[in-house]
Design a protein around this ligand. Structure first.
Ligand code: BG6
Length: 471
């Protein structure tokens, strides 16, 4: 270990949340409904057609960060965070997504938040769209399958740059854009339909429309906030897909699977569709509306950095169905790895592997903006929460990051997913807790929302305080 390089001096240490999983206040200050507000059991189970009376929707109150952010951010500051990733709820700013003027109450909420963060010494990392597209845009246009969303998104992003450019340096256009294959409602605000070829065409069309929106946003940022860094955010859990055996057919099929993830980075960081995409188009008989002007925009405005989530890895064999790129649901169990209570395989070395692959492939700065472990923590009789499993996960993954830095990877920062317990995106549960801070609330919405530090709180604080030397 004495051969390890230290973490860079200005390394960003912090945590990450999304508006719909933390804020609550789903109608407060004129907010319109968004696609998360009709999900009773998370994105893996799909939306209700509308908000039904008597149904518990976890996003409606979440952990009430909307009213409690001042105290919550102070708890984050207590761990020494110098960065905090959050998303802006699009429908707080444009309640239906189609207004011509933004909603001032929504802007004011984030204004206050950013000022608080700045006064606590935290660098905001802002996701412009994190699974919370205004519901109206999903029902009226079929979400991102429609190009109509591009100018609406740009109008929204412009308001954010003009209003918050003074506080925010790091922006992300879409959370886990490549998640559109497995969770199209969340990542693309639509539900695919029709034959396999039609469904995949919708998915790749939505992806393309978001590529265009990203490139146009970067162009706009260069003009309005020239100092800003605009990144993309992808799920990389399954870029670390291992062949289940050394059989060449298994190895090649694993590469094919990994490319479903790489495609997204290839377009947005290299600026063009890779050659292997032609074969995807032919094999699945995709029908896509992609214009030369759009391809030029994508080529001219590539992202400044690659941010990603990493939770787990998977293994692959020839013939296994490739659904897309996310989920770990299509892969096989890896006999060498432990598995979390929610079936996710824990693999710190996989994080080092992914960082190295991405560094080699893109030669751009990398940021780990989600990593964490969901556990059904319980408050013990001593009033404390001994979350040893999470502490091990944290230390092991940070050690892997340090190895990757020593390997030569340019890593800007690390924001743990859900530093305070929030609603699970996948299942809508509160029981699946990621936090260093416990929130008193259960799956049915009962609890007084009281916050309580877990054992991991002091550990992360000490790691940050030593800039990782403690590892
Ligand atoms: C990522 C999402 O896919 O995984 C987050 O960006 C999500 O929104 C996180 O919360 C963890 O997933 P889950 O289902 O355990 O909440």
């Amino acid at each position: 270990t004495d051969k390890l390089q230290p973490f860079p001096k200005n390394f960003l240490w912090g945590g990450a949340i999304a508006a719909n999983q933390a804020e609550g206040g789903w109608q407060a200050g004129g907010k319109g409904p968004d696609i998360a507000d009709v999900l009773p059991h998370g994105i893996m189970h799909g939306p209700d057609a509308q908000v039904e009376p008597g149904v518990h929707y976890p996003s409606h109150e979440a952990i009430d960060f909307y009213h409690r952010h001042t105290a919550d951010l102070q708890l984050m500051a207590g761990m020494g965070f110098n960065a905090f990733r959050l998303s802006i709820a699009w429908s707080r700013i444009f309640p239906t997504g189609e207004e011509t003027e933004p909603n001032e109450a929504g802007l004011k909420f984030y204004d206050d938040l950013f000022q608080e963060m700045r006064s606590l010494g935290m660098e905001p990392i802002v996701t412009i769209s994190h699974y919370e597209t205004p519901l109206n845009l999903a029902t009226k246009y079929g979400g991102w399958t429609s190009k109509k969303l591009i100018p609406l998104y740009l109008r929204y992003a412009k308001v954010l740059f003009e209003r918050f450019g003074q506080y925010v340096h790091y922006w992300l256009t879409f959370n886990e854009l490549n998640g559109v294959h497995l969770i199209p409602w969340a990542a693309g605000a639509f539900l695919p339909h029709g034959t396999e070829s039609e469904r995949l065409s919708q998915i790749y069309q939505a992806s393309h429309n978001m590529f265009v929106a990203t490139a146009a946003t970067i162009k706009m940022a260069r003009e309005i906030v020239p100092d800003a860094q605009v990144g993309i955010m992808l799920t990389m859990s399954n870029a670390a897909a291992y062949p289940a055996t050394p059989k060449p057919a298994d190895v090649f099929h694993t590469l094919t699977y990994q490319r479903r993830t790489f495609l997204y980075g290839d377009v947005e960081l290299r600026g063009h569709y890779p050659k292997y995409f032609d074969r995807i188009v032919r094999d699945y008989d995709l029908h896509l509306d992609i214009t030369p002007a759009e391809l030029q925009l994508i080529a001219d405005y590539t992202a400044d950095y690659l941010a990603f989530s990493y939770y787990r890895t998977t293994t692959f064999t020839a013939g296994m169905k490739i659904l897309g790129d996310t989920g770990g649901l299509t892969g096989k169990k890896n006999p060498y790895l432990p598995t979390s209570a929610w079936g996710w395989q824990i693999d710190p070395e996989g994080l080092r592997y992914v960082l190295n692959i991405l560094a080699d492939r893109y030669e751009k700065p990398l940021m780990i903006v989600e990593n964490g472990l969901g556990v059904a923590d319980e408050v013990g009789p001593d009033g404390r929460i001994h979350d040893t499993e999470r502490m091990c996960y944290l230390v092991d993954h940070l050690k892997a990051v340090q190895e990757a830095i020593t390997d030569g990877c340019d890593v800007l920062g690390y924001t743990w997913w859900g530093p305070i317990d929030i609603v699970s995106a996948g299942t809508g549960e509160m029981k699946k807790r990621y936090g260093f801070i416990y929130v008193d609330k259960d799956n049915e919405g009962r609890g007084d929302l009281h916050r309580r530090k877990k054992d991991s709180y002091a550990l992360y604080r000490d790691i940050i305080q030593s800039n990782g030397a403690l590892l």
